[in-house]
Design a protein around this ligand. Structure first.
Ligand SMILES: [Zn+2]
Ligand SMILES: [Zn+2]
Ligand SMILES: [Zn+2]
Length: 241
């Protein structure tokens, strides 16, 4: 078997990635993985790639569909919103800004940008008069700039999930439930896209070891299988989940 990285015959330990590329194990220390598709970023596997100023590395294949501008972001967001509306998560009535940011733009104060799990965040606002809520709105959704289109769509579906919950005044869900539900929306978006790239992200969500994002998703997934989506969403809205 030939190595996808160096082209030599593989002798000894080797790795086969999710795309079916096999390569000598040592290359793992020589090249970074693409932050979107997980392939080794090198000439042989991806034709190279780019490193953004915030340190993120994407391969050339992912870079080919990168979403860099708010105009590109807006077009895909509308597509994702239309899809989600079909299964009862309609965020089209709400207006919000869209910003493409580096890692530091979605980090919480004091959080190390290199270690964050999120790829987006929605900035929300509740106005009060004398302690009474008078208005709530979404100011802006910030997503990492330069993500490939498929990943962007999934991350946007996740953030739109937060927007939908917030605008329906679903406050104080347990974090694994809220993040798990938003990951379910990302998951369904990837299912709809259905490409090999989308399946990489599906597997990533399914196998995520994170106690909130991963375990939360698996908990929500189980209920989704038992109840179906519409009853699950109704239970969330009525606080009976
Ligand atoms: Zn090799
Ligand atoms: Zn990639
Ligand atoms: Zn989230």
């Amino acid at each position: 078997m030939r190595c996808a990285v160096c082209g030599g015959f593989i002798a000894g330990r080797y790795i086969t990635d999710a795309w079916g590329n096999s390569y000598c194990a040592r290359h793992q220390d020589e090249y970074p993985p693409c932050r979107a598709c997980q392939r080794l970023v090198c000439q042989g596997v991806t034709g190279g790639g780019v490193r953004y100023n915030d340190g993120r590395v994407y391969c050339r294949l992912c870079r080919a569909t990168a979403i860099d501008t708010p105009a590109q972001a807006r077009a895909i967001t509308q597509r994702v919103q239309a899809q989600m509306a079909r299964y009862g998560v309609d965020t089209r009535p709400y207006s919000f800004g869209l910003e493409m940011v580096p890692l530091s733009g979605i980090a919480e104060p004091g959080e190390d940008p290199a270690r964050i799990h999120r790829r987006g965040r929605a900035e929300t606002e509740i106005r009060t008069v004398n302690g009474q809520e008078t208005e709530r709105r979404v100011r802006v959704i910030r997503l990492l700039g330069g993500m490939p289109e498929t990943l962007f769509a999934g991350v946007m579906a996740h953030e739109l999930g937060h927007v939908w919950l917030f605008m329906h005044r679903v406050d104080g869900l347990a974090p694994p439930l809220e993040e798990g539900l938003c990951n379910l929306f990302a998951y369904l978006t990837y299912q709809e896209i259905g490409t090999p790239e989308a399946h990489i992200h599906i597997r990533h969500i399914e196998e995520d070891p994170h106690p909130i994002y991963g375990a939360g998703f698996r908990q929500v997934w189980q209920r989704y299988q038992q109840m179906g989506l519409a009853p699950l969403l109704r239970a969330v809205l009525t606080g009976t989940v």
